[in-house]
Design a protein around this ligand. Structure first.
Ligand code: GUN
Ligand code: ZN
Length: 428
């Protein structure tokens, strides 16, 4: 199954084959279709039989924090208290480069184990930690964009840098890693609240100096945070203006959350082609609010999904899609998220937002073969539910609701296996 079209613009965007096949060559998709038909068209092809499994495009996580695996589950606090008490002390530990390297390996392994093949990753505040992260990311085979997270106020002293240093370290990391294999650099001011104007200016300079670089930050997440930003930037008409003034809002910019946008911000996000990473499990866990998806869509703002580990509930992108659906149901003006739209937000929408839409996100002919093979564990709720599925949409809804990392059998990037679990010899 995949969603090659835009399910928010057209019906029938989900393409599914009950007895399906993917014809692959040299790491690319030749075609997706019915097994019998593809068999006839490619009689010489070697067959890798995955009957009983569900094959989907690899997931695209547009917002996830590398240093935050150890704070998953730190529940019961709103954003600013959670940062101060729980998260920033952990992030300070990434000054220890050996600790950071081990954490990078774990983080990347978990991304792949959950079926994520592409991600825009919020980095650590320490350049040596990011050196090690990029080295591990290259080894992982995943498509990763990431950058040094920078701040120069309101966090804690160990996490603060200076504008000249942020620019110099960013340039150095980008020179070493941007465009190398599947890696790209992302200019990453943590959020306006932890940024002086000089630092945002340095970020703008870095973004302008490195062609094709991404920009990522947080935007309009929680009421207390938005009020603090307003007090800190009295000249700014709104939160987005704090980034916009410094050239940080463009086609390659991705802002996490935007739970409480003004109409003017939505208009400017759309006009610049900037994207919003919707992170529903984080938003409900921190009590940030219920994302106004319909307003984003109506304004023409690009939206995809992010897990926001560690404020979110884990790396599972299907779970995130399911949470997005639940959040919309809780809004008076909620958008309808059916299984096709939910899968689209977890795959092709993210690929396009990260500038990878020409390469991955669906199984159109010529795409690089990034895919996840889901197989329900024998006797699991998902296995029982799939056995009674009425059609493809029904099966996909069941998978979005019930498939976690225990159901991820194999994951490939450009046809190469980046994660696999031992297959069940008895079959399920
Ligand atoms: N705003 C600034 N930093 C963070 C973070 O680490 N997580 C979330 N959810 N919001 C932030
Ligand atoms: Zn975040």
């Amino acid at each position: 199954m995949h969603v090659p079209g835009d399910p928010f613009a057209e019906d029938g965007a989900l393409e599914a084959f009950a007895d399906g096949a993917l014809a692959l060559a040299d790491g690319r998709v030749l075609e997706a279709g019915d097994f019998g038909e593809l068999r006839r068209r490619h009689p010489q092809a070697e067959i890798d039989d995955r009957r009983g499994a569900l094959i989907l495009p690899g997931f695209v996580d547009t917002h996830v924090h590398y240093p935050q695996v150890p704070v998953l589950g730190g529940i019961g606090m709103p954003l600013l208290a959670w940062l101060e008490r729980r998260t920033l002390p952990e992030e300070a530990r990434f000054a220890d480069t050996a600790y950071a390297a081990a954490a990078a390996r774990t983080f990347l392994r978990l991304l792949a184990a959950n079926g994520t093949t592409s991600a825009l990753v919020f980095g650590a505040h320490f350049a040596p930690a990011m050196e090690r992260f990029f080295a591990e990311a290259e080894r992982s085979g995943l498509r990763i964009a990431a950058g040094l997270t920078v701040a120069d106020r309101n966090l804690r002293a160990e996490l603060h840098t200076r504008p000249e240093r942020a620019l110099a370290e960013g340039l150095e990391l980008a020179r070493a890693w941007h465009g190398r294999g599947r890696l790209r650099y992302a200019v990453t001011p943590r959020f306006a609240l932890s940024s002086g104007e000089g630092l945002l200016e340095a970020c703008g300079e870095l973004a302008a100096a490195v062609p094709g670089v991404l920009v990522t930050s947080h935007l309009n997440e929680a009421p207390e945070e938005i009020a603090a930003v307003r007090a800190q930037f009295p000249w700014a008409e709104d939160y987005l203006a704090t980034y916009d003034r410094f050239g940080l809002v463009g086609e390659r910019s991705v802002f996490a959350h935007d739970v409480h946008p003004g109409d003017g911000e939505l208009e400017r996000l759309a006009a610049r082609g900037a994207g919003v990473a919707h992170c529903p499990t984080s938003n409900v866990s921190l009590g940030s609010g219920l994302f106004p998806l319909r307003r984003h869509l109506a304004a023409g703002v690009r939206v995809a999904l992010g897990t926001d580990v560690g404020a979110g509930t884990g790396f599972g992108m299907l779970k995130e899609a399911r949470a997005a659906q639940q959040v919309q149901m809780l809004r008076q003006d909620g958008a309808v998220l059916d299984p096709a739209r939910a899968l689209y937000l977890a795959t092709a929408a993210g690929a396009r937002m990260l500038g990878l839409g020409h390469l991955v996100g669906d199984f159109r002919s010529g795409r690089e073969a990034d895919l996840v093979v889901l197989r329900a564990p024998r006797g699991s709720t998902l296995a029982e539910r799939l056995a009674t599925a009425a059609d493809a949409t029904d099966a996909l809804g069941a998978a979005i609701t019930l498939a976690g990392e225990e159901s991820v059998e194999e994951v490939r990037v450009a046809g190469v296996v980046v994660h696999s679990t031992p297959t069940d010899p008895a079959g399920t």
